[in-house]
Structure formats: C-alpha cells, structure tokens
Write a protein that binds this ligand. Structure first.
Ligand SMILES: [Zn+2]
Length: 472
C-alpha cells in the first residue's frame, strides 16, 4: 500500500517528475542535481554481501572525484576480502593549506543490508521518487551520507576551497557485516595519516513529528558495545519415556528466567545526563519530568525506574541484555542433550564485557550453564562533541530550523565510528537528514527518505566543513 502524504510540503513533489521540471519553489540548484544523480547511480548498486558490487561503486565514486579535479594519487580504492566476500574501501584526500593541523576523516559506508526484490513493494535497487519520498535500499543507510560527502568534496573542489588541514573521505565497504574495511581505515590508514578526529555521516540527524515539524537534532557521540552470549545447558539425555530429574531445557529455562529478572545497575555519563537534560526540556508530562530529575540526580531511583520502563530510553540508562534466540533438543521422544539460548547485550561505554558476563553468571548461579561470547565485540569510549563541531552543526541546522534543540546522544547500534573511537580517534556522527519516526525503515522494507529532506541536506556538510576547516 502506498502511503499518501497530503501536506502542502510534499504535494508539489509528484512521482516521476524530473528534477528539472519540479514546481518552482523546488527548482533544484546544480548541487542538488548532482546529489540526485550520484544518489540515483549508487542506489543502483546492490552493495550487499555476496553481490560483489562494492568495488564497482567505489571505483565509480573515485572516478567522479578525479573527474572533479582530485589528483588520482589522492584517491584510492583498496579491494579487500571480507571473510570470503570481495569488498573495497575508498579513501580520497582533500589537501589542506599545509598549516600543520592534523587531518580529519569523513566517514560513510558503501555497503547495505540486502533487500529481496520479491519482498519490496518497489524495486529496492532503483531510486524511485514517489509521494514525496525517495525509496530504495540505502536511501538512508548510508547512501545518502555517501552522496552528500562525495558531492560536498566535489563542490568545494570546484569552488577552489582550501581547508586549513587535510580532509580524508574514508568510506568502508562492509560496515553491515564484518567491518574488515572499517578496521583497516580506523587502524592502518587513520594512523598513517594521523587523523585527529572523524565525522560520521551514518548516524545523528534530526527528528520530525508527523506534521513534518522539526523536534530536535542529535549528534551521536557514543555507541554501546554490542555483545552476544550463547548460554548452553547440556545433559546426558535419554529416552523421553524415562524422564530424569535434570533436563537441559529446564536448566536453560531457569537460567533465562534469572537473566530476565536481573537488572544491571543504572549508569549515566556526562553525555547521557546532558541528553536527558535537553530532552527533558521539550518532553511533556511525566516522561519529561523524569528526564529532568534524572539529569539533575542520576541517583533518583524513581526517575530512573520510570525511564527504564520505556523501551526508547532503557538503553540510555545502562547495560541491557535480552534473550533473542532459542534452540534445544533433537527428537520429540528424546531427553534433550543440549539447549542453547542467545542473549544479546548492549553494554554501556566504559563497562567491560567480562564484568557483564560475570554479572549474568552470578544471576544464573549455575555451574551447568556454559557461557560463550559470540564474534569479536568492539567496545569504544564516548567522544566529546568539540565546541567547533557543535558550532558548525548549529550553523547548518539553525539555518534550516532556527533555534532547534541540538543534543548529543548515545546509540545502541554499531557504526564504523566505534572502531575509530576504540583507536583513540574521537568520532561524532552528524547526518544532515531529518525524518519522522514512521519513516524509519533502515535495514527493513521500503527504506525511504523525504525528497524535501534529501535536498535540504545537500548544503549540510558544505556548511559544516567550511566552518570547521575553513581558514579563519
Ligand atoms: Zn549504516
């Protein structure tokens, strides 16, 4: 079913109207047109794992940059193997004026979570403009970011702009899976270039209410650690006609009930307190009251408990762990020889994975439950939002929405930024896009972004970068 958007804002943006022919107040300038062209091209690459399209996309972006005047020596595509899947990273250096200031990095990822055409209402790897939206896999995550950064580099270059330090575009190619390219960028390359801090296009951004009124803008400055444990109970088993007292499934069930009952201690940081202080100012009712109380006094148990009862805030108040998958037994007439549950945790920055495991083990209190950490979790510290970054973002965002609240926040997900932070490179994410809660479809079906928001964001990085690295 198509969503009908009937606001005056979007009614001028009809489907299949070529950008050049749009209603007069939406006449595109050359930067918006180029952004649209890049966006359309790169949405067309199925850069999901298994399709070998990331190198193609990286080479195409590299060619665009070189065609726009970047020295070919300054633009490199490095093809890499990501656990058996060919991918690539892209680095483009924008030379500075040689002031001696350390370079900065601009981050985005070229890969996407796969989308199955048979499940989507529209072709996922074609940019489709309809009802005031751009639809397609990656329209938000993260091909808009890749488009905006590439487009801004081209625009600044064509203008003859010279930054007060080198800037590096660093686009990864497997952010959604193994982050092999991310680790190369955040490790080897960032070290080689001496990157001072990084700005990420893959998080941050503004919120709109359902009437398209802006409600706030967030700068992502921290990420919780994503850790998955497997809990396994084993048992000699036997025939189900002769039950024994101990049973792998019952043992695991007891362990899971203990995990469910356990609450990690409430945590806060300067960042999360400032987040709640700011959000509390504009959140009505009991929720806003609890936010303000918690910001003032994180020991306020009543406020913390109230906020923790809300799924949208529980993650900001400490570590969370929750059962997500379950398997066990091998035949309907056999006693189970093993049962395993997957428990996914989002660990508050600064808290070690070992201590989380220890707390869970204490809660479970059974030597028969084996704990196994899955994968290779990456923990990362919070990053400071430097005053010059806040000032630059404020200039861009207030140009669009005067006086809008701007706040730092922590996400529970994982972006490339965590690898940079882990390696000592402060990283904040500041996408130029605004969206409504009902438009959040990243990783899901029918991913989309408002056409107006896309074009409004075209100047975002241009303003931000000129503020941060413009010669003063
Ligand atoms: Zn992303």
């Amino acid at each position: 079913m198509k969503k009908l958007i009937t606001t005056a804002l979007t009614s001028a943006l009809f489907m299949s109207v070529a950008p050049q022919a749009m209603a007069d107040d939406h006449q595109l300038n050359e930067h918006q047109q180029r952004a649209r062209e890049i966006y359309e091209e790169i949405i067309g690459y199925r850069t999901a794992r298994g399709h070998n399209m990331v190198p193609t996309m990286a080479n195409s972006l590299a060619k665009r940059l070189i065609d726009a005047g970047f020295a070919s020596d300054d633009v490199q595509v490095v093809e890499m193997d990501a656990n058996g899947d060919p991918t690539a990273l892209l680095i483009a250096r924008y030379p500075g004026n040689g002031s001696g200031k350390k370079p900065i990095a601009l981050l985005g990822h070229m890969d996407v979570v796969d989308a199955l055409p048979e499940d989507w209402e529209r072709a996922p790897f074609t940019l489709i403009e309809e009802d005031g939206y751009f639809f397609g896999r990656g329209t938000t995550d993260n091909k808009a970011g890749i488009t905006m950064l590439t487009n801004t580099f081209i625009r600044l270059k064509q203008e003859g702009f010279v930054p007060d330090r080198d800037m590096y575009i660093m686009f990864s190619g497997d952010e959604e899976t193994g982050m092999i390219t991310t680790q190369a960028l955040a490790g080897k390359y960032a070290k080689e270039y001496g990157i001072e801090f990084a700005l990420n296009s893959d998080a941050g951004g503004g919120g709109l209410d359902e009437n398209n009124q802006a409600v706030g803008y967030g700068i992502q400055a921290a990420e919780k650690t994503f850790v998955t444990f497997e809990l396994t109970a084993t048992n000699p088993g036997g025939h189900s006609s002769r039950p024994r007292a101990d049973n792998a499934i019952y043992d695991l069930a007891d362990a899971l009930k203990a995990v469910q009952a356990y609450k990690f201690p409430v945590r806060s940081s300067e960042l999360t307190r400032s987040y709640f202080a700011t959000m509390g100012q504009q959140t009505p009712g009991e929720t806003g009251e609890a936010m303000r109380a918690f910001a003032k006094n994180p020991e306020d148990k009543k406020a913390a408990d109230f906020l923790r009862s809300k799924p949208e805030y529980v993650g900001t108040l400490g570590t969370t762990c929750v059962a997500t998958m379950l398997r066990g037994g091998h035949a309907e007439n056999a006693l189970p020889q093993s049962a395993t549950a997957t428990v996914n945790c989002r660990v508050f920055p600064g808290i070690s994975i070992e201590s989380v495991q220890q707390k869970l083990q204490t809660a479970v209190n059974s030597p028969d439950i084996q704990f196994k950490i899955m994968g290779d979790p990456t923990s990362s510290p919070e990053s400071e939002v430097r005053p010059e970054i806040l000032a630059a973002v404020t200039k861009s965002i207030h140009g669009r929405y005067p006086g809008l609240t701007i706040y730092p926040y922590m996400t529970s997900g994982g972006t490339d930024g965590k690898h940079f932070r882990r390696n000592g490179i402060p990283t904040v994410a500041l996408s130029g896009l605004f969206s409504k809660p009902s438009d959040m479809f990243a990783h899901g079906l029918n991913e989309r972004v408002q056409v107006k928001q896309f074009y409004d964001a075209v100047d975002h990085w241009y303003i931000v970068l000129k503020e941060i690295v413009g010669s003063k």
